[in-house]
Design a binder for this molecule. Structure first.
Ligand code: FAD
Length: 318
């Protein structure tokens, strides 16, 4: 069976959930081989093996931390040359997309970004994408080289599928480590204790209907009651009620959670572009004609200032 490279996203060896999702998708088209870059391969290997990695190609060179993505692309290319994979899967983070694009250029391969599903086809791996502000769903096939595919978080459920997952060291030559860029400092963002917006299984977003920054605590409390991330519409962000990092939509982040709750959001096309692929969509809006209701699985027509506190109280009581 053909091997499929899976680029591992991790924090000091703790494998992030999008990578486990990629392993599940990789198993549909071949045998997953994990590529682990940086410190902590031995910590990560048991998890990667549990979720289906047949082996773990690991490399650790100081250049990974000191520079931006170029050395990681060198290492991924080394894995690519060692394995000659049927496809390369990379998480659709900002870094992942840059790494994937550079690898595709270097290997003369076709690139598909932001896939939301993946299946084996007669002529190769078929990726599903949501395009043109989510107006269309397309299925794409790479016709040249090896498909390099980035996949949005929450596109598949992680599946336990124990495999060998032995760690093999990858010989990596970092050609020109800096490639003109060097990391001079890192400032971790203050943690809110909530999951990362693009990776969260549940997202609760607030819009202009909140009527002010001071009311966003209603969204935060509801989010915390279900372990969700907090999102915001552009209207709320432009008004300065919530940071741009939390904006969902065409000019914000694209999310695809199991559950998306839109509160006081009308459902403009640019907002839909960032959340339309969510598995279940719930809206709370006082206007029964709001366009968001064309999209929802469950809709509550009502005043958010009454509905949201009741909802939070009910959930918290369980
Ligand atoms: P509104 O459209 O004003 O809707 C507020 C809603 O709250 C209404 O439906 C109202 O009925 C409801 N409401 C009011 N009070 C209550 C209450 N008490 N209880 C319940 N419901 C209530 N938008 C994004 O979100 N993300 C983007 O990335 C984005 N990118 C854009 C890019 C471009 C190029 C352009 C032109 C626009 C973009 N927009 C984006 C803006 C987008 O067009 C909308 O203006 C925006 O999404 C509206 O935000 P909203 O739904 O919060 O506000």
């Amino acid at each position: 069976m053909a091997e499929v490279l899976v680029y591992v996203d991790h924090v000091d060896g703790a494998v992030r959930k999008p990578t486990l999702e990629l392993l599940a998708l990789a198993r549909r088209i071949g045998e997953p081989v994990a590529v682990f870059l940086g410190a902590g391969a031995d910590t990560a290997a048991p998890t990667l093996a549990e979720y289906g990695a047949t082996k773990v190609l690991a490399a650790e060179v100081p250049a990974f931390d000191a520079y931006l993505v170029a050395p990681k692309v060198d290492a991924l290319q080394a894995a690519y040359e060692a394995v000659s994979p049927a496809a390369v899967l990379v998480p659709s983070s900002a870094e992942g997309k840059e790494i994937a694009a550079r690898l595709a250029v270097r290997t003369g391969s076709g690139l598909i970004t932001d896939a939301v599903d993946l299946e084996a086809g007669e002529e190769g791996s078929v990726a599903t994408q949501s395009v043109f502000a989510a107006a269309f769903t397309t299925k794409s096939l790479v016709s040249r080289g090896t498909p390099v595919i980035t996949v949005k978080p929450n596109s598949a459920a992680p599946e336990v599928a124990p495999a060998a997952g032995a760690v093999e060291q990858l010989a990596v030559t970092v050609a020109d480590a800096s490639k003109g860029t060097e990391v001079v400092s890192r400032t971790p963002r203050e943690s809110t204790g909530r999951p990362e917006l693009t990776e969260a299984a549940i997202v609760v977003s607030g819009g202009r209907g909140l009527n002010g920054r001071e009311n966003f605590h209603l969204i935060e409390s509801l989010a915390d009651s279900v372990g969700a991330a907090v999102g915001a519409s552009r209207a709320a962000v432009d008004a300065g009620w919530y940071p741009h990092a939390n904006q969902v939509g065409q000019t914000g982040k694209s999310v695809s959670p199991q559950l998306y709750v839109a509160v006081g959001i009308s459902g403009a096309i640019q907002h839909r572009a960032g959340m339309q692929t969510s598995k279940t969509i719930v809206a709370v809006n006082k206007d029964a004609e709001a366009p968001i209701f064309d999209l929802v699985d469950y809709g509550v027509v009502g005043d958010l200032f009454e509905v949201v506190p009741q909802l939070t109280e009910e959930i918290s009581a369980r």
